[in-house]
Design a protein around this ligand. Structure first.
Ligand SMILES: [Zn+2]
Length: 354
């Protein structure tokens, strides 16, 4: 459906409420969020949030009241539902949190928090994704430093010269410790994709990523990097880029390379990202890519539906749904605390001190 048919609903409080009500109780009948009883009835409204209906549990030892937003991501938010719906829509159009703050008229701190919660909620659709059929793989190294990680807010002393965004990188493979983590893309020729942000590109990491992303026994096409050649459990073929071989009959990885040509401009919008947040951004891009046959508002609807599920909302706020660096070879290096990712993402500004 075209966006216009959704947009006009945003200006009507009652329609927003009805929309959220439908999404909240889509998969389950109206029930008490505390004792799961279906024995509930209406119980007036709230004066501070027009349109929001209140219900009361009629169970003898419960008798608590609740509403459509209880225990969801939108619970106790001071902003209206139109704010939330529009923010989710803009997020699916690949807007940055600063842009969303400007369009919505909320503080950047607010929109930044919302963006991460919503991105994490979207990841609930990507948790179990495993690819089948012929799968292509490729790797990329993305510059990601410590943006926004200054202790106590304000400007941080880098301890090095500023990187200069357009400066040439040193040649060779990147590494998390060199501020260039690896991104591995797995693209099925049936359409689905899985993208991993990893610390490095060792055989062990690639094997682990492959096991997560691709069902065993499938066909795997890559370039001639030695880490791919060592991967076990798949029917593997590769093209040799150093010999200017980019396709050999059916064997090529052009889809994976094409995916990177889409991922790079997507990440550029954020003007440099923190390596701690990289898995979150990449994961959300994976969601957008896997639901690319939907328009932005339909994608937003999926995210809102997840955000209105109390179980998902709780985990999304803590950032538990991200496939983070922890999943890749971190336990031995003792850097687990450093890579404590997105739980919750910290945005420090000068004003926040004290
Ligand atoms: Zn109850």
């Amino acid at each position: 459906m075209p966006v216009l048919s959704y947009l006009h609903q945003l200006f009507n409080v009652d329609q927003c409420q009805a929309y959220i009500h439908t999404l909240r109780w889509k998969d389950r009948p109206l029930q008490c969020p505390r004792c799961q009883s279906h024995h509930v009835g209406p119980w007036g409204t709230y004066h501070y949030q027009p349109g929001l209906k209140r219900y009361r549990c009629k169970e003898k030892d419960c008798k608590r009241t609740f509403n459509d937003l209880t225990n969801t991501m939108l619970h106790q938010s001071k902003r209206s539902l139109s704010h939330w719906i529009l923010a989710t829509f803009l997020l699916c159009l690949a807007c940055s949190s600063r842009r969303i703050a400007r369009e919505l008229g909320v503080r950047h701190r607010t929109s930044y928090r919302w963006c991460w919660w919503l991105r994490n909620a979207a990841l609930s659709y990507e948790m179990q994704r495993q690819l089948e059929g012929t799968v292509e793989a490729d790797d990329l190294y993305h510059t990601a430093g410590n943006k926004g990680q200054a202790q106590g807010g304000g400007k941080k002393s880098l301890g090095r010269r500023a990187r200069g965004r357009r400066k040439k990188r040193e040649p060779g493979r990147g590494h998390y410790d060199k501020d260039r983590p690896a991104i591995i893309a797995w693209v099925s020729r049936q359409g689905a994709v899985v993208i991993h942000a990893t610390r490095d590109f060792t055989v062990k990491t690639v094997q682990k990523a492959a096991n997560l992303a691709v069902q065993a026994g499938n066909r795997l096409y890559t370039d001639s990097a030695s880490s791919y050649r060592a991967v076990k459990g798949y029917v593997h073929a590769y093209v040799n880029h150093t010999q200017k071989e980019y396709a050999r009959g059916d064997v090529h990885e052009n889809r994976a390379e094409c995916l990177f040509s889409l991922l790079k401009p997507y990440l550029r919008v954020f003007r440099g990202i923190s390596k701690l947040n990289l898995p979150g951004y990449v994961g959300f891009f994976q969601f957008l890519r896997n639901f690319r046959q939907l328009n932005a508002f339909e994608q937003a609807e999926l995210i809102l539906q997840a955000a209105l599920d109390p179980a998902i909302a709780r985990r999304a706020k803590k950032g538990e749904l991200v496939t983070c660096f922890d999943h890749f070879d971190l336990l031995q290096t003792g850097r687990l605390r450093e890579a404590r990712l997105l739980s919750p993402p910290r945005l420090r500004t000068g004003r926040e001190v004290g």
